[in-house]
Ligand binder design. Sequence first.
Ligand SMILES: Nc1ncnc2c1ncn2[C@@H]1O[C@H](COP(=O)(O)OP(=O)(O)OP(=O)(O)O)[C@@H](O)[C@H]1O
Length: 260
Amino acid sequence: MIHVQHLTKTYDDLSRGKFVAVDRISFSVQPGEIFGLLGPNGAGKTTVLRILSTVLSSTSGIATVAGFDVSADPAEVRKRIGFVSNNTAIYDRMTAWEMVEYFGRLHGMPKKELTDRVETLFEQLRMNEFRDTPGAKMSTGMKQKVSIARAMVHDPPVLIFDEATLGLDVLVARNLLSVIRDLRESGKCLIFSTHIMSEVERLCDRIAIMHRGKILDSGTLSELRSRHSENDFEELFFGLLSNHESAENNELAHDVGAGI
Ligand SMILES: Nc1ncnc2c1ncn2[C@@H]1O[C@H](COP(=O)(O)OP(=O)(O)OP(=O)(O)O)[C@@H](O)[C@H]1O
């Protein structure tokens, strides 16, 4: 469903010059699977997800969603993808219902189909008690549900959650994780990015650990544990990060020594 191969993104940064934010990464995600992108701030997660959702172009490499190339067929990709982040704008004066319906209209959904779909979503995400509440009066949890509903209104087979639990209290975050599990059961293809280790441990079928633009390793939790002979996931994660940093520093020292 999602295929990423040797994907690279270089930014022209005023202070850092050419900066490689994503460095030749590859991964695939299948329907009915939750794929976790785990990495510290600045690892490159958001950049990858923004390329997949067609809002950012890559420098090189290939990314396809449901068989459509993100650069060649962005409109086809957008039809098949929903994006949930932690900073989706919620309009103060629109009600929950109006906001979700509005996004359905943007996707060109016919009236009857749209009304049925919004009914189903409000039921599924338990949003009926605040369907007429305007954005200005919503709690953080209500706003997050509206963000999810509007990302799902066109029933995309792929859903991307970018640091979606950031700033949520534990109860709301827990509820979101359970919604994501339900989506997996319904066969959706899901990518979940976070810097919180316990979330990927509890939720994800496969995990890619990202740092400084690279995927350091990926696999199921048990594959990662056995490959690195480490049962404690936190130890495993920090071990991978610090090995990578030492290797990069050694490479740099070698290049400086050789006058490169
Ligand atoms: N427009 C830009 N111009 C220059 N550098 C950028 C730009 N956008 C992102 N970066 C840099 O690219 C790197 C990766 O950023 P990105 O936001 O993808 O990381 P992330 O893993 O999502 O981290 P975070 O959780 O902090 O958002 C960072 O060093 C960031 O400063």
